[in-house]
Design a protein around this ligand. Structure first.
Ligand code: C5P
Length: 403
């Protein structure tokens, strides 16, 4: 695959493998990429800014407070003008800084300031790689959506043997190409809003009305869409789930908060409403905790909540190209869901069977889901599968629909 039109910002960390970054810059350029380099202080102990500049034909950036560079090219601009920020070699120190959000030199500042995808190719001593702190940092980076090219295993420069060798240059080039391949990232450039989880509707400062939604299906869908390259805004009700890698999560509590967060996240190419939004809220939340002894039996008047899905599907201005709703049904699933599709005005309804199976297990909160996809062309019924598999298949269908 050609990397023509792509600018790669190559951040070179301070490890003996830094010399391979010179070769890497040339091989990326062979594929058509424009390569700009940032050399850390440690990196400059192994290779020189002059060699980086000579081989790439571009200025090599080294110091954060170089007034000349700042005047010509600020670190923010530097970080934003790349299509991909590639850190190779990524040292344990540099990754620790990234995980902690430190910004005390040019490389770490660029990494914190960038709004572009970041890929790291770690290289370090095997013990440093295995250290719980490094492994903890790697997990954090993964959760932050940072892509990783696994290090190889073998004889290390320090004379020890084990994992920690910088991936081979052709493998790094292949990973970069794979990253930009339209096949691997069919949703690149698309923005998708996903709602997930329940909503809490306050009765008083300590009590609320809620439902049993775990948020797992919605979170899995958000993760699968991000995996296909989409920018995902996940508007999440109160759930106990980790944010999928590469997903931007906005936590909300009530249906009205969720509706406002969805509005704020627009425009979007698609909206996938998986949340089990409470249909009703109490008519005004009591300011103080209701007291059984004083207030007696509360008289709760309910008011209808805004219908987020219907609102999105009916937008005159800025309607997402694809609006997908979910329908949890216990009986006559397809009939109910077909009617719901018409009522809501959405493009697809994903109907899931929430009846309790012979084994007594329901899908709410469980691992599995059995769904039917109702579109304008008919009904497609999928066999029961893991919620993560439903998410993967659905994300692929969404990618086809938005292609
Ligand atoms: O009407 P019902 O709640 O059965 O519809 C379910 C679908 O509508 C789901 O996609 C859910 O996320 C969405 N919905 C919504 N706002 C509401 C109620 C439901 O977005 N207030």
């Amino acid at each position: 695959m050609s990397l023509t039109d792509k600018t790669i910002l190559l951040i070179i960390g301070g490890g003996v493998a830094a010399y391979k970054a010179l070769e890497l810059s040339r091989r990326l350029m062979d594929k058509g990429a424009r390569v700009r380099t940032v050399l850390t202080k440690g990196g400059a102990e192994f290779i020189t800014p002059l060699s980086c500049a000579s081989l790439t034909g571009e200025q090599c950036f080294t110091e954060l407070f170089d007034l000349k560079d700042e005047a010509e090219m600020g670190h923010i601009r530097l970080s934003r003008e790349a299509d991909l920020v590639l850190v190779a070699p990524a040292t344990a120190d540099l990754m620790a800084k990234m995980a902690a959000g430190l910004a005390n030199d040019l490389a770490s500042t660029v990494l914190l300031a960038t709004d572009k995808p970041v890929m790291v190719a770690p290289a370090m001593n095997a013990e440093m790689w295995a250290h719980p702190a490094t492994q903890r940092n790697l997990k954090t980076l993964e959760a932050d959506g940072i892509h990783r090219i696994e290090p190889g295993s073998g004889m290390l420069a320090c004379g020890e043997f084990g994992p920690g060798r910088l991936a081979e240059v052709p493998d790094i080039v292949a990973a970069v190409e794979g990253f930009f391949s339209p096949h691997a990232r069919p949703l690149a450039g698309k923005h998708i809003v996903v709602t997930a989880g329940p909503t809490y509707e306050a009765i008083d400062p300590v009590r609320y009305i809620a439902n049993r939604s775990s948020g797992r299906q919605g979170f899995a869908i958000a993760g699968a869409l991000a995996g296909l390259g989409a920018r995902v805004s996940l508007i999440a009700g109160p759930v106990a789930l980790d944010t999928p890698p590469g997903v931007e999560r906005i936590d909300v509590e009530s249906a009205r908060d969720m509706a406002a967060a969805v509005d704020a996240a627009l425009p979007a190419d698609a909206a996938i409403c998986v949340a089990a939004v409470a249909d009703w809220r109490t008519d005004g939340c009591a300011e103080k905790k209701l007291k059984k002894s004083v207030d007696g039996l509360p008289n709760l008047t309910l008011t209808e909540n805004p219908d987020i899905l219907k609102g999105l599907a009916g937008r005159k201005d800025g309607r997402p190209t694809l609006v997908v709703g979910f329908a949890a049904e216990t009986n006559d699933i397809v009939d109910h869901a077909t009617a719901k599709r018409a009522r809501k005005g959405c493009d697809w309804i994903v109907a899931n069977d929430v009846s309790v199976g012979d084994d007594g297990a329901g899908v709410m909160g469980g691992d599995d889901n059995r769904v039917h996809i109702i579109t304008d062309t008919g009904v497609e019924s999928w066999e029961a599968m893991l919620k993560t598999q439903v998410a993967g298949r659905l994300a692929a269908r969404i990618a086809e629909a938005l292609a």
